[in-house]
Ligand binder design. Sequence first.
Ligand code: TYD
Ligand code: MG
Length: 434
Amino acid sequence: MKLRSSYVCQQCGYETASWYGKCPNCDTWNSLIETVKEVGKQQESKTARPEGTKPQKLSEVRHIEKNRLKSGLEEFDRVMGGGIVPGSVTLLAGDPGIGKSTLLLHVLAAAGGLYVSGEESAEQVKLRAKRLGVDGKNISILAETSVESIVSTLSTLSDLGNLVIVDSIQTLSSDDLDGMAGSVGQIRRSAEVLILAAKTHGIPIIIVGHVTKEGAIAGPKVLEHMVDTVLYLEGERFANARILRTLKNRFGAIEEVGIFDMSDSGLKEVSNPSALFLQDRVKNVPGSVVTVILEGTRPMLVEIQALAVPTQLAMPRRVGNGVDYNRLQLLVAILQKRLNLPLGGYDLFVNVSGGLKIAEPAADLAIALAILSSFKNKAIDPKTVVFGEVGLLGETRRIVSEERRIKEAKRLGFSAVCAPSNTPSLSKAAQLVA
Ligand code: TYD
Ligand code: MG
């Protein structure tokens, strides 16, 4: 067997034959690690690809929609584009401790299959399953970190069930490589081997991947390119709401999101997210405004809270939780200029309920009104919902899916809407707290 060694950047996955102090691709220092490859073995696996190389009539290609596996966990299936495609490989990424293992155990309990755990022992997984109220009759567990043993187990089992979960890619290593588990080379090699196994057995595999502090999926970008679907589970660690997003899906749309509620007994599907995000709302208090955001294609009502207090500092504080900091600065400047609010003497705090993060400008008007409401110490009518982008001139600007947002607000019992269609400017909206 021929051995070849190359240097692989642990940041971006760039490969080179010689060592550099700085990665020529992404300019990171000291990130190239020598990785040994068995050339012979790789070529062998290439030729063994089960799809073969014969062209096929497009009309004869089997239609995936029919064969999708419904896990039975509705929020999950919807995010996957209507179920899991056989032989597909999905990466579930998210911060450590956010609930990836919990979610997948729920999925597996519904679908039935094999749980490969490289992080926890069989007993630990059992404990978690007990907590979730999962009896585990249709789940097999394998505690293993060698990717070769995993795939050889897969090929010896007569009944794999419907789905294989691998938790997590960072704990796997290939016997063919020298690098430590979690290194770029190991992650890539492990993924390669698993993808081949998924295609060979026609079984879907879901791989867990942790995310680094900077928010990137630990390991090379190439991992995202290799798999069919990339899901992202996010939320605030100490808030209950969890949002499952699709970053990439070769078999479906990417705008769907799934909403879950983390409880003591696991993740509960949330079919009515607006009710969840508004459940703790206190009405008729200054500084509280309800807005409608769009997550994927779903409108959701959330509460924006603001607090304006006289500052003791030369530079007043602007703190936003769940809102973009620059956007907040901009809205404060618009409020100062267009409504003549002396906010320079006030510290401002803005919060979004449920630990949500709002990325769209649709919440501008609600954020501005919440600040104004707290500043004036006057509550706005609790049955009014507010949304719309605010421009630099103090004008309100239309946003996508106004109709759908209004419908969702009506459904939850809101009777008045303050939106660009009936409120052309910030000063007009300010009359709500006049
Ligand atoms: P986990 O699924 O282990 O996260 P990950 O696999 O993404 O690292 O979830 C861990 C957290 O979730 C942990 O802090 C405890 C909490 N948790 C609950 O609140 N309820 C539960 O039923 C379970 C199983 C976990
Ligand atoms: Mg885990």
